[in-house]
Design a protein around this ligand. Structure first.
Ligand SMILES: NC(=O)c1ccc[n+]([C@@H]2O[C@H](COP(=O)([O-])OP(=O)(O)OC[C@H]3O[C@@H](n4cnc5c(N)ncnc54)[C@H](OP(=O)(O)O)[C@@H]3O)[C@@H](O)[C@H]2O)c1
Length: 256
């Protein structure tokens, strides 16, 4: 038996997602994350921010829609699979169809960042939805398992922190403003990147509830991307604002 046959296509894609996360972590740690406040003309053609966010995240809705309607999707007759896929879709309904329209004065997105995000969302949208629709085997009482209940609760808390924190950032600007201020309130009292903390918490909750390579690979990817960007934000605030709270950590309260 070949290694590929032993491991299976979903596990191989999960390794790819984890590996991409580690690669991006190295690249972002060395050369930075070139969108938002760090974007410049040298990063290539700028796309309108709202449009870029909608389109680049949309594959995480459209690919699951395709998988659910055009493949056997026999595992979706089970409640754990349905709930986990619903969790994934709820996040991306918010990220793709609500979040972009609330952005205030957001910067354009360089085309290559847009393309990378679009390709990753296509890959991950396929991985999570194909796994949950056609591969994942859970007993029906998995919904009563402490890992499932705790994981779903952590996912919900993470999503609320993420939405609340993005809302704090957005309200730092009056309509028409594009500058930056020190965020205050909520988890921002403890960390620079409270919105990223929420997002990372969300996907570890999902990973726990799904108890899968596929879930942990996505949580690892998110950690790599957002912890390196959070570190860049933290350095940036310390340089820009003399009165930036010195005790504030980067992304994990009291620790990092
Ligand atoms: N799962 C993943 O791998 C992943 C990857 C990337 C992002 N995300 C999520 O996508 C969302 C947006 O990410 P992001 O990287 O764009 O977040 P961000 O850098 O924190 O910016 C979020 C928004 O708030 C504005 N903003 C940030 N700090 C501000 C300040 N101090 N004063 C005024 N406005 C401020 C930004 O404006 P500007 O655009 O003008 O800077 C932008 O519109 C987050 O919820 C994040 O968790 C997830």
């Amino acid at each position: 038996m070949t290694l590929a046959a032993e491991i299976g296509p979903m596990e191989m894609l999960s390794f790819l997602v984890g590996l991409l996360g580690l690669m991006f972590w190295v690249v972002i740690s060395i050369s930075g994350s070139p969108y938002g406040r760090y974007a410049s003309a040298s990063h290539g053609l700028p796309l309108p921010g709202k449009l870029a966010w909608v389109v680049q995240e949309l594959p995480c809705l459209l690919v699951p829609l395709y998988v659910v309607t055009c493949t056997p999707a026999q595992r979706l007759s089970h409640w754990p699979n349905r709930i986990l896929l619903a969790i994934f879709i709820i996040h991306y309904l918010q990220r793709s169809l609500i979040f972009p329209f609330l952005i205030r004065g957001g910067k354009p997105v360089p085309v290559f960042i847009f393309l990378l995000a679009f390709m990753f969302c296509t890959l991950n949208g396929y991985l999570q939805s194909e796994y949950l629709s056609n591969y994942a085997v859970y007993s029906d009482d998995w919904v009563k398992d402490p890992r499932f209940i705790t994981g779903c609760s952590i996912w919900l808390i993470g999503m609320l922190i993420n939405i609340y924190s993005d809302n704090i950032l957005r309200n730092l600007r009056k309509p028409g403003e594009t500058g930056y201020k020190i965020p205050r309130g909520g988890l921002f009292e403890y960390v620079t990147a409270a919105n990223f903390s929420g997002e990372v918490i969300e996907w570890y909750g999902y990973a726990l509830a799904s108890w899968s390579f596929e879930g942990i690979a996505f949580a690892l990817f998110t950690t790599c991307i957002l912890s390196s960007r959070a570190k860049q934000h933290h350095r940036w605030y310390l340089e820009k604002f003399e009165d930036y709270p010195k005790l504030r950590k980067i992304i994990i309260p009291f620790i990092y």
